[in-house]
Design a protein around this ligand. Structure first.
Ligand code: ZN
Length: 152
């Protein structure tokens, strides 16, 4: 990773950790799930309101490291207003990006906006689970799973 991207990565993570978006309860949610990452101690509760196959609103609560909180904050921002299937596509791309499973096309990276800085997680393999916790929890919430999600 070049120095510019590394700097942007740190800046974005710190900023979202300090001032997370969509943080707090969501009284009219209709899909909720809990997720935890025992390796780091992150835990998150996700609230989603799905209307006509679209994520009308989403929020999160929980405690964790800066990366898990920043990722949850940015995830909620990225999927709000999207259809469930669009959110799933973003999740797949995000997953490929942080795990390095597949090189994303320039167009895909463009479409991800600031989420693309999470490519920085590559440099810290233990952090991949912190970065993907919120996304796995979103999947579980939408699937209606009652089982808490764990990254283990
Ligand atoms: Zn963490």
């Amino acid at each position: 990773m070049n120095d510019d991207l590394r700097e942007l990565y740190q800046e974005v993570i710190l900023d979202h950790n300090k001032r997370p978006l969509n943080y707090g309860p969501l009284p009219d949610s209709n899909h909720d799930a809990n997720g935890r990452n025992p390796l780091c101690g992150d835990h998150i509760t996700l609230h989603v309101r799905v209307e006509d196959g679209r994520i009308a609103d989403v929020s999160f609560e929980g405690e964790g490291c800066a990366i898990s909180r920043a990722s949850a904050s940015m995830m909620t921002e990225a999927v709000k207003g999207r259809t469930v299937s669009e959110a799933d596509t973003i999740f797949q791309q995000f997953h490929d990006l942080v795990t390095g499973t597949r090189e994303l096309t320039a167009e895909e990276l463009d479409g991800m906006g600031k989420l693309a800085v999470f490519a920085g997680v590559h440099d810290y393999p233990a952090r991949v689970k912190c970065a993907s916790l919120a996304w796995h929890t979103l999947n579980a919430a939408i699937a209606g799973s009652d089982q808490p999600v764990t990254t283990e």
